[in-house]
Design a protein around this ligand. Structure first.
Ligand code: CNA
Length: 327
């Protein structure tokens, strides 16, 4: 059986080969975990740590969230009560204003892919943290924010936008801190109303469960998937539709690589079994931590010196320094 290192080496050869001209990434919360932002579904992730008993809501809404934590980010609850979403997301919103999180090795891999090879067709990110856009080397149009962005705010009712800094001030002054880290937060939450329609439906411009994806997702997928040579799926449980549909929208000749802590996508037709040295197998599963696997891949591609430690989160920077020292 071949090792993960051998599989990474063969992936690097494929990326650099003439057969591979168009590469897309479908990323999820796992690529940002190294920056300090937890994912949804892992132990210690948002669903695991959700405490419905602390949230401002009705007993019925609390029961819904206890039964299924995805309700906290659903349109079904938000339309009636914006507090569960805003209270749970308060630290993420305010931390984004403070530029608290840095792009990881996975994000920098996408940037290097573009600057070094020009083969990066698109990054489809399900993440809302904006870390892809910290990578100045990736042109804006190469990034599709499939589920929107936390660093912009708009009204779910009338669509009016609110300046992000103003929105953050309102969150800071009106929304209680259920995590008990901000002593200046109010004890009780009060509504943030839209300055245009006066409804309490202002929130970050993210896509709630039950709402439509941006048109850009459909247009770009239709453009990109028929001619794709490689789809790299990283740090996602692949359970959220329709973002996960890219794995079967990619044309049949496109190779698919999954980089994740655990096998994912079996029900979508992804084969995460071992490649056993068969380079012709369509799907390749590289099991492990995104930072570590992408670092190995960057090394194989000969781009290690292009990773700049000061741009990375501390833990990622340490990995890079150790790899450079070993060279
Ligand atoms: P998810 O369902 O929480 O799945 C994350 C996946 O990544 C799991 O399969 C984990 O095993 C895996 N994983 C976690 N850490 C690592 C790691 N270090 N290395 C490799 N794999 C890892 O999250 P998805 O992204 O699949 O779900 C889509 C949701 C999550 C989107 O709507 C996002 O907006 C939402 N989300 C975004 C962020 C963010 O913007 N950073 C954070 C949390 C959730």
């Amino acid at each position: 059986m071949k090792t993960v290192s051998a599989d990474i080496a063969s992936l690097a050869r494929y990326i650099l080969s003439a057969d591979c001209q168009s590469i897309a990434l479908l990323t999820g919360a796992g690529v940002s975990v190294a920056s300090g932002i937890p994912d949804f579904r892992s132990p210690g992730g948002m669903y695991d740590t959700l405490k419905p008993e602390l949230i401002t809501c009705s007993p019925y809404e609390r029961t819904l969230m206890e039964q299924d934590p995805t309700y906290v980010v659903s349109w079904e609850i938000f339309a009636k009560n914006a507090f569960p979403y805003l209270e749970v997301r308060r630290p993420f919103i305010l931390g984004t204003r403070e530029h608290q999180w840095k792009a990881t090795i996975a994000h920098r891999f996408a940037e290097l892919l573009h600057t070094k090879t020009k083969k990066l067709t698109r990054v489809y990110t399900q993440n809302i943290d904006g870390l892809d856009r910290q990578c100045d080397g990736i042109p804006d149009e190469k990034i599709v924010n499939v589920h929107g962005s936390i660093s912009e705010a708009n009204c779910e009712g009338c669509g009016a936008t609110m300046e992000f800094g103003d929105f953050c001030d309102e969150v800071s002054e009106n929304i209680k801190d259920i995590y008990k880290v901000d002593a200046t937060a109010p004890k009780h939450s009060s509504p943030i109303v839209c300055r245009s329609c006066a409804k309490p439906l202002i929130k970050p411009s993210t896509v709630l469960f039950g709402r439509s994806l941006p048109q850009e997702f459909w247009t770009r997928a239709e453009e990109d998937m028929p001619t794709l040579d490689l789809l790299i799926v990283a740090g996602t449980s692949l359970v959220v539709a329709p973002a996960n549909s890219l794995v079967f929208k990619a044309n049949k000749n496109a190779k698919r690589v999954v980089i994740n802590l655990e096998p994912v996508g079996a029900e979508l037709g992804i084969d995460c079994s071992s490649s056993d040295g068969n380079e012709k197998k369509r799907d390749l599963f590289l099991q492990g931590n995104c930072d570590e696997i992408f670092l190995e891949l960057v090394k194989e591609l000969g781009w290690l010196d292009d990773l700049i430690e000061k741009t990375l989160p501390t833990s990622s920077a340490k990995l890079v320094t150790a790899a450079k020292t070993k060279k």
